[in-house]
Write a protein that binds this ligand. Structure first.
Ligand SMILES: [Cu+2]
Length: 136
């Protein structure tokens, strides 16, 4: 919020960058995370990357993620097909270490439009972040 109001003044912007350096408001993609995608929420922002990079149909994949924002106590990942109103047949396991984590054992079992859903919970509240993927 503060950064947004200050935008437009180079001096103020530089000041805001100093303020945010090292804090959770700085949420840049890690250099080794080519292809990572960002979902910006109100409380948390997440960078995520699937392995393999192209989510397969009918085969397990994993998602590495990095959170920006206040500490998270729990992160759950799931999949949802909004057009068919169903989710996955598997419940992935999520390992969370600080603001980084990995979810293993996701499986999108049919082609079409899927939502990858991250549910984050912490002392700051709860938030649901959604990314879309179309599988062919
Ligand atoms: Cu479906």
């Amino acid at each position: 919020m503060i950064r947004r109001r200050l935008r437009g003044s180079a001096v103020a912007a530089a000041f805001a960058l100093v303020l945010s350096a090292g804090s959770a408001t700085a949420c840049e993609r890690l250099q080794d995370w080519a292809g990572a995608r960002k979902i910006a929420g109100k409380t948390w922002t997440v960078w995520w990357l699937s392995e393999p990079a192209a989510i397969p149909v009918g085969a397990h994949f994993s998602v590495r993620f990095r959170l920006c924002g206040p500490p998270a106590r729990q992160v759950r990942l799931g999949g949802w097909m909004p057009d068919h109103r169903h989710g996955m047949n598997y419940r992935p396991g999520v390992a969370l270490a600080g603001r980084r984590g990995v979810a293993e054992g996701l499986l999108f079992h049919m082609p079409g439009r899927w939502q990858l859903i991250l549910e984050i919970a912490g002392a700051a509240g709860r938030e649901k972040l959604t990314a879309e993927a179309v599988l062919e």
